[in-house]
Design a protein around this ligand. Structure first.
Ligand code: NDP
Length: 489
């Protein structure tokens, strides 16, 4: 049954949009040579003019970061660095509503998600890493682990503020300085974060933000003054960066795509599993690298589960992302919508059966209805490629072995979900699934203390938790030092 809701729009009044934004270099906003526009994907309205960072801007930003690294940040005691991180965390929490509204305007995600997930988690990430800043000697990487230097960080558009927090918080806690490039379509919360850095009195040059397009990202990733590159985005670009680093010797972590299996056994509580499947694939319009985009259902319960899933999908509310009742917001950009449409069309051409929730799509903006495919051949592009949209493929299995074989038959290995009432089965599968994160009877749960990352073409390195610190510390050098100390004893 579908309930009608009165509209409950969030007010935009809390956000003070500027007409144009400069680059944040050396603690100040500076202009660049050219600009582009960022739009709201829900209305196609132009929100602001953004500076397109070029080679000179990247040079300036890297120089500012190097200066701050050598003179201030790397020599500052960890307990002092921690205070800045705490301050940033608190400011993010205090200005949470402003960040949530701006994120939803620029990205198209429902305000419910930016308010309840993106912004609180971003703040939590800074709180968590603030706690590490003066305890790095106890993290298991030697008695006095050293930072790497200047980190170049390139992030995508699906969780703009949260990915910024995942990148900047551990880097700063470990004593590195950063140059970050946000995605072309979602630069606004990064610019608001730059204001927070000023408000927190962060020393100039510790955080530098250079907006721009893929070319700007390439310039940053290829800059010889960068000691470490952290990239989240497509596998294709990740491979390009990995090739560069193989020659330059720069340290690298890659968090790339995924094609996660969400596996439902016949003893799982069906209603709970349906909610988990919905959350797994329709959260953030499916623009989630760890989305549960491949549903594997035990054959004996496939019929009732699919009926329940379609009933639930039909109640999802798609539309104005600023409305607090909205479940499914806008697709982030026209190119991404075209990619989803083309992959969905290829699924139909290959004979898979498509079912989309019967929801009206707004006239303006970029929209795609929650969709599932049954009868999907495992060789089909919709079963293999990351669609990065609200599209679920459904396959059945009979035995746990078959479920594991099908789940692992992908070039990706980022996440997986298991739904069963048997703890032993969940644990056994967790050990056999080639995925960096395995959720049992839940999906898409994130915590700053829990490491996240992939196998195979999903990338390498971990973000979050104690493991995530390793990516920003000179672990090789400290291991050697640690061995020498142990040898002396
Ligand atoms: P990209 O990998 O192109 O973008 C990710 C980030 O890298 C953006 O900031 C982008 O800048 C930048 N970038 C682009 N080209 C280069 C380059 N050669 N060197 C350095 N940085 C670069 O992803 P797209 O936005 O094009 O999305 C394409 C597909 O990638 C999606 O459909 C999805 O399948 C996948 N994807 C996966 C993500 C994940 O979290 N794993 C996140 C985003 C996308 P700009 O935005 O300015 O182009």
């Amino acid at each position: 049954m579908r309930f009608e809701y009165a509209p409950a729009p969030e007010s935009r009044a809390v956000v003070r949009l500027r007409d144009s934004y400069g680059l944040f270099i050396g603690g100040s906003f500076v202009s660049g040579s050219s600009v582009f526009k960022t739009i709201s994907p829900a209305t196609e309205e132009v929100l602001a003019e953004i500076t397109l960072g070029g080679a000179e801007d990247i040079d300036r930003a890297v120089a500012a970061a190097r200066h701050a690294y050598e003179r201030v940040w790397s020599v500052m005691p960890g307990r002092e660095r921690g205070k800045y991180l705490f301050r940033i965390a608190r400011l993010l929490a205090e200005r949470a509503r402003e960040f949530a509204v701006l994120e939803t305007m620029d990205n198209g995600k429902p305000i419910r998600e930016s308010r309840d997930v993106d912004v609180p988690l971003a703040s939590a990430h800074f709180f968590y890493h603030a706690g590490w800043a003066d305890k790095l000697g106890y993290a298991g990487f030697g008695p006095s682990p050293k930072p790497l230097g200047v980190a170049g960080q390139v992030i995508p558009w699906n969780f703009p503020l949260l990915m910024l927090a995942w990148k900047i918080a551990p880097a700063l806690a470990c004593g590195n300085t950063v140059v970050l490039k946000p995605a072309e379509t979602t630069p606004l919360t990064a610019m608001l974060f730059a204001e927070v850095c000023q408000q927190a009195d962060l020393p100039p040059g510790v955080v530098n933000i250079v907006t721009g397009d893929g070319g700007t990202g390439r310039l940053l990733a290829g800059h010889p003054g960068i000691d470490k590159i952290a990239f989240t985005g497509s596998t294709e670009v990740g491979k390009e960066i990995a090739r560069q680093c193989a020659v330059s010797g720069q340290r690298l972590t890659l968090e790339l795509g995924g094609k996660a299996a969400n596996i439902v056994f016949d003893d799982a509580p069906i209603d709970q599993a349906v909610e988990g499947i919905i959350n797994g694939i329709f959260f953030n319009q499916g623009h989630v690298c760890c989305a549960g985009s491949r549903l594997l259902v035990q054959e004996s319960v496939a019929g009732p589960l699919l009926d329940a899933l379609k009933r639930r999908m039909a109640t999802l509310r798609l539309g104005d992302p600023m409305d607090k009742n909205t479940d499914i917001g806008a697709i982030n950009s026209r190119p991404q919508l075209e990619k989803i449409e083309s992959l969905a069309a290829s699924g139909e051409e290959e004979g898979a059966e498509r079912w989309s929730a019967p929801c009206p799509l707004p006239d303006r903006g970029f929209w795609f209805p929650p969709t599932l495919f049954t009868g999907v051949a495992s060789s089909s592009p919709i079963a293999r490629e990351e669609i990065f949209g609200p599209v679920l493929t459904v396959t059945t299995f009979r035995t746990p072995d078959e479920a594991v074989a099908k789940a692992n038959a992908t070039q990706y290995g980022l996440s997986a979900g298991v739904w069963t009432s048997k703890g032993s089965l969940a644990l056994e599968l967790a050990s056999r699934l080639r995925a960096g994160v395995v959720w049992a009877n839940t999906f898409n749960r994130f915590d700053p203390g829990s490491p996240f990352g992939g196998y195979k073409e999903s990338g390498f390195g971990r973000e979050g938790g104690r493991h995530g610190l390793e990516a920003y510390l000179d672990v090789v050098a400290t291991d050697v030092a640690g061995t020498l100390v142990a040898g002396d004893v």
